[in-house]
Design a protein around this ligand. Structure first.
Ligand SMILES: NC(=O)c1ccc[n+]([C@@H]2O[C@H](COP(=O)([O-])OP(=O)(O)OC[C@H]3O[C@@H](n4cnc5c(N)ncnc54)[C@H](OP(=O)(O)O)[C@@H]3O)[C@@H](O)[C@H]2O)c1
Length: 308
């Protein structure tokens, strides 16, 4: 009797977990021959899986990474898995504005096209400062990609129709932006939530500014994914998270599906500036759709990265 009870309970738990982890696959089979894709942080996790999928569809894939050894290893793996030799890496540290500017100069010299920019790289909830004294989450996740996208915007327009896909997170809803303290760096989880909320406003304002110019923008929540983000934390936290991730999080291949969907689907263009998860548009909390805040953040970001 006891054994039967244990088996039934385990089976029910297994089915509940399987149901919780259900995600859609991108079923659009569009090819990307002749298109150039740039993926920040493409050496790891969701970014690497996205790179493999888009290389399989025939795109030229450039992964922008801060660590040359990891980048070289990832390029070898992406080429082998996709059977596409048109995969390269370029060095980029999003925690350093000079590195971003140098990257863009080099990219614009070498690459004549940019059809899909995927702002994927990200730092989880850590308290640290970038080389330019921005809080690490806000600096890398938002400001770094803000500067990168702006410096590449001309090439995106020349390559129209083109897309900018920015990875955000459902956790955006736990915080609001404080314009008196955009570099908030107190509670690690909240710094991450704010940076991911900034990704959403950035996408909306970018879509508004490039409306009718052939560039569209999408924000993607990939789900909760078994990637390498725990490497920034202590060994104890990592062990705990491995168990939690195994139970509740999805593999990177599944986490990449909505990014792939936004890169290839023709229907997403009806939702320019939209927020997507699980291969479909999703609803944002009302405060995250405020065009006034989006514009204000854009202008503040321009000042912070000295763009204007
Ligand atoms: N995993 C999740 O559950 C989840 C949920 C919601 C949203 N997201 C978002 O998904 C995106 C991808 O994350 P992931 O889960 O795939 O994590 P990941 O495996 O840790 O990948 C993050 C990537 O970003 C790169 N990166 C970090 N700081 C950088 C910098 N200063 N300059 C250049 N590259 C940098 C990392 O490079 P290194 O390898 O050199 O560290 C790595 O390639 C992130 O934006 C994250 O916020 C993830």
């Amino acid at each position: 009797m006891y054994i039967l009870y244990t088996v039934i309970t385990s089976l029910v738990c297994f089915l509940i977990l399987k149901w919780m982890k259900r995600r859609r696959y991108c079923t659009d089979v569009k090819r990307l021959d002749g298109k150039t894709v740039l993926i920040t942080g493409g050496n790891s996790g969701i970014g690497k899986e996205t790179a493999v999928a888009l290389a399989i569809r025939g795109a030229r894939v450039i992964i922008a990474c801060r660590d040359v050894d990891k980048a070289q290893k990832a390029v070898r793996e992406i080429k082998a898995r996709s059977h596409n030799v048109n995969v390269v890496y370029m060095e980029l540290d999003l925690a350093n504005m000079r590195s971003i500017r140098e990257f863009c100069t080099s990219f614009l010299q070498k690459e004549k096209r940019l059809n899909i920019l995927i702002n994927n790289a990200g730092i989880p909830s850590v308290l640290d400062w970038t080389d330019d004294n921005f809080s690490m989450c806000f600096g890398v996740n938002h400001l770094g990609h803000f500067l990168l996208t702006n410096l590449l915007l001309g090439r995106l327009k020349e390559s129209a129709p083109s897309r900018v896909i920015t990875l955000t997170c459902d956790n955006y809803k736990y915080q609001k932006l404080d314009f008196q303290d955009l570099n908030y760096n107190l509670l690690p989880f909240f710094t991450y939530c704010r940076s991911k909320l900034a990704n959403i406003y950035f996408t909306q304002e970018l879509a508004r500014m490039t409306d009718g110019k052939g560039v569209t923008a999408y924000a993607v929540h990939p789900g909760y994914v078994q990637s390498n983000w725990t490497c920034h934390f202590s060994i104890l936290f990592r062990i705990l998270m491995q168990v939690i991730m195994f139970m509740f999080f999805v593999p990177c291949e599944l986490g990449a599906q909505t990014v792939i969907y936004c890169a290839v689907s023709d229907t997403v263009t009806d939702n320019n500036g939209g927020y997507f998860t699980d291969c479909r548009p999703a609803t944002l909390r009302p405060f995250a759709k405020d065009p006034g805040v989006a514009k204000k953040l854009w202008e503040a970001s321009e000042r912070l990265v000295r763009l204007a």
